[in-house]
Every structure is written in structure tokens, then in C-alpha cells.
Design a protein around this ligand. Sequence first.
Ligand code: SER
Length: 587
Amino acid sequence: MTAPEIRKKFLSFFKERGHAVVPSSPLIPDDPSVLLTTAGMQQFKPYYVGKADPQRDFGSLNATSVQKCFRTSDIEEVGDDTHLTFFEMLGNFSFGGYFKKEAIPWAYDFVVNQLGIDREHLYVTIFAGDADVPEDTESFKIWHETIGIPKDRIRRHGREDNFWGPTGSEGPCGPTTEIYVAANAEGARAGKGVEIWNLVFNEFYGKQDEHKKLVLEKLVVPGIDTGMGLERLAVMLQGAKNVFETDLFRPLMTAIHEAQQGLDDRVVRVLADHLRSSIFLIADGVRPSNKEAGYILRRLLRRILAYTIQYDIHADLFALAVPVVSGQFGDVYPEVRKTNEILAVLTEEKTKFERALALGMKEIERYETISAKDAFSLYETFGVPFELLQELAPAKVKGLKKEDLEEEIKKHQEISRAGAEKKFGGHGLILNTGELKASTPEEVVTVTRLHTATHLVQAALRKVLGTEVHQMGSDITAERARFDFSFPRKLTEEEVKKVEDLVNDAVSRDLPVTVQELPIEEAKKTGALYFFKEKYPERVTVYSMGDFSKEFCGGPHVTNTLKVGKFKITKQESVGAGVRRIRISVE
Ligand code: SER
């Protein structure tokens, strides 16, 4: 049974039983207590508590949907047989229309008669009861007496397993009954199967108190919320070994394997998962950023891009994945058909990552050994994940364990939770050389481009105005960049134009930016420019941009002048006798 058939069968089954078919809501929920949509019930939260009227909104007290979901909790597990970030959930819901005695038999009927799963292979779990909520004896009766499931295939569990807590900090919640499928009858009796369907009986409204303890209040009208993962079902019904071998993933897996032969299957799985989920996030309006959902997207994309370096993948994975995912899912989720827009977002992030990474590589050179803190900062600032560090600088991270880094990440999360500075999770400036200041990786990229532009402009000014021109200072942030130099008068329009043209010409020649470390006296002999006033150390670094410019400098710079972009002088003014200031911009 193909995934499209499963979706269709599910929705028709519940439609025939008085449910309105409701489209999936976006992955960004209309619910401030959660970042992303993690369950099918999320879009229905207001209906359970009587804040919205289902009759008015979709003409029924019952609804059914196939919902796009995203869970970050499993992100590190992706690559094994089952875990995913993005997945689809089939669900039926009721807001006062029906309860256990309809929901359980329908679920059973669907599993056995529609999906054709052998009833001898099934077993179920029910809520065992605890100090606050009694045992679910009603579900037991329905499973045992109405449906005839033998007692030894009805298992009881506590809060951990058979109670659905609210999504976010508050919401409808309650005991669950879950349907498991084992490979055979013996497995079913032994309780060795996989959970396929979770039926939640929303009897309560749960809210965390200040000690994070869940306080339950009885809902006036109890509701039904069920969820069945489409991917897991596809594995079972298609006899696949794992989720990546089902029709939901095969096209993308094959496309990646074909584009780059010899890749480890686990790597391809991670790529396929992350590509698919990123495309869905972008289609729903998420954009890469440093916070909330945008940060999750950025993490996924960075991992994809880091993998392409780590595993030497030359294929353009974004260009490859977008049409595959769009073609495969566009009928069900029309938003993924916006292929141009999605690809543009991906490409822009790729460019940003590459720029940041080039800087990160330089940064890595500065370290003798890389501590957990350094590794964290390299990741946060330049997007260099631990795995890539191991690849790029194995000797420097020899003593560093992934757990140490995870510890550091946790610390950082605690800091940002403590409500420190919002921007960039608790950091202020992440780059401050005195001359350059930046507080996000994007800003690092911008100020670095501007910094390289100041070298080019100094060289151009000297070509146009004469070699008496010397840099007197500069001050660069992402918002503005100024460059001061010795010269007695205002530049004419023609001179400005000439300088701009020279710089833009050097940019378009895509000159390599190279760096050399030399003893100071030797460095001076190379003809590199330097500040006369400054006291330099024994050894200095000299940056060259092809044959166009050579200066003493501590960096950072872009790797090639093309990365500077289109250069402009936006303003000029005087700052005291013999010193001019220009403002510059790059596009
Ligand atoms: N809310 C439950 C789940 O997500 C049932 O839909 O598993």
C-alpha cells in the first residue's frame, strides 16, 4: 500500500463516519506555547476548550486530518531506521462528538479491515492509573469485551507511556490507549512490537505550575485526539526494512545516491531527512535565522552543507531535492510547489554558510587546541559543526569529546533561557577586532566583506590620488563602514567614480586573498602597506589581494575579491586637517 493510498484510505474512512476532512495546518503553529507543530491536535486546541466552534468552522464536531509535524527531540537520532524530523500524522479528532466507545472500535476496524494487519499480531496498552488519575477501566472493557482482545494482550502503563501531556506548557491532555503491532502472535503476547496508533482521551486541561508540575483540571466536554505516524505505517505495510526504503523516501534517497555514488547510506538518510524537512519548513514561511524555528532550519541546512564538505559531495543537493520533494508531495501540500522561492532561500543560506565557513577555517588556524567552548563558538559563529572540525583539524580536537561540547551547548541554552540577551542567544558582539564589530554570523560575513573592501579602496585611492594617501583608521559594522585617509581636499566626482571603478574591477577579477606570516622586517620589505604609528609584533601577517593590494593586517577577510560584491562610496566628509573620511558600502 503506497503512502498516498494510506492517506486517502484514512481520510475516507473517517469522512464516512461523520468527520470533516480538515487540511494540514502549517508547521508554524498559531500557538505561542510551541515553536513548531508537533502533533495533529495542535490546530484544534481551541475546539477542545470551547474557545472555537467546530460546527461553525467545519460543520461537524469531528474532524480528520493528515498533519505535517516536526519534532526536534529526535534530531540526533536521524539516520537510524526510524527517527525523522519531519513526518506526517494521520488523526481523527472529536470535540464532544464521540468518545472511547466509538474511537476504539473504529481504530481497530481500520487497522484490521482497512490496513489488513493480522489481529493476532496486535496488542494494546492502557493507562494504569496513578495518584491523580484513575485506571482506564472503560478502555479495558472495550478492548476486551467489545472487541475481544485477550487479557494478556492488554498491557497497563503509567504516566510515562500512557498519558499525553499538553503540547507546550498547557493544553488539553489525558490518558491514552495505544495500538502495537508485532511481527507475529508470539511477539504480540510478549509485548514485542511497534506502536502505530496513539488514541488520547482528552479529559483534562493541563497547566504547569511554577514547579513545572502538571496541574489537571477536568474539561467540561471530553475530546478525542488520535495520531498515527504515516511513515511508520508505510514501513509496515510495504514490508520495508526502514523508513528510508518506503515510497515516502525512496525517490530522494535514490536521487542522492545516484548523484554521488559510494556514499554511506546513513549519510544519505540524514541528508534526505534534513532536505525534506527544510523544504517543508521553508514552504511554510520559516527562514534561516538565529532564533526559534529559523534556528532549527539553519541547523538542518548547516548540517547538510557541512556533510557536503565532509563527504566531498559535489552534486548540488538543494537543486536536486527541491523538484523531487515538490513533485512527490505537491498534490497533498501545494505549498511545496513554490520551487523557485524555496530554492532561492536555500541558495542564499548556502552562500552565507560558505562565507562564514571560510572565516571559520581562518579562525581554526588561530587555535593550537580547540576546547569545548571554542568548538561551540566556532559552531555558533561560523557554522562549523563538531564533525567538520574533526575532519578539518583532527589534531586540534583530539582531546575534545562530543559530550563536552554537548555540555557546553546545554550551558548555553540555560543561559539563554535565563533570559539573558535575546539576540544571538546570550552573546553580545561575537567579533570585535577594534576595527570590525559584529554580533551575528551574518554580520560577521558583512563586516568581513567590507573589511576586504577597505584594502581595495586604499589601493585604489593611491592609484588615483597618489601615494601620499595612507589609511588613518576605519570603523566597520554591518550597518556602516567608514574609512579615513590622509588627503587634503574633497575628491571630485570624477575621482570618486575612478576609485569605485578600480575597486569594482578588482572585485570582478576575483583575485585570491592570501595571507602570509613573516618577521616584521621581512614583511616591510615586501612593500606591504602598514600604519607608521602602530607598534607591530615580531611577526606580522600580510594580506595580499592578487597584484592589487598588500597590507599588514590581522584579518578577517573574504577568500576571493568577488565575495566583496558591488562597491560604492556613499559619502565623503572632512575629519580635521588633512584627513578625509569616506563611507563605503558593498551590495
Ligand atoms: N497527540 C497525540 C500524538 O501526537 C495523538 O495525536 O501522539
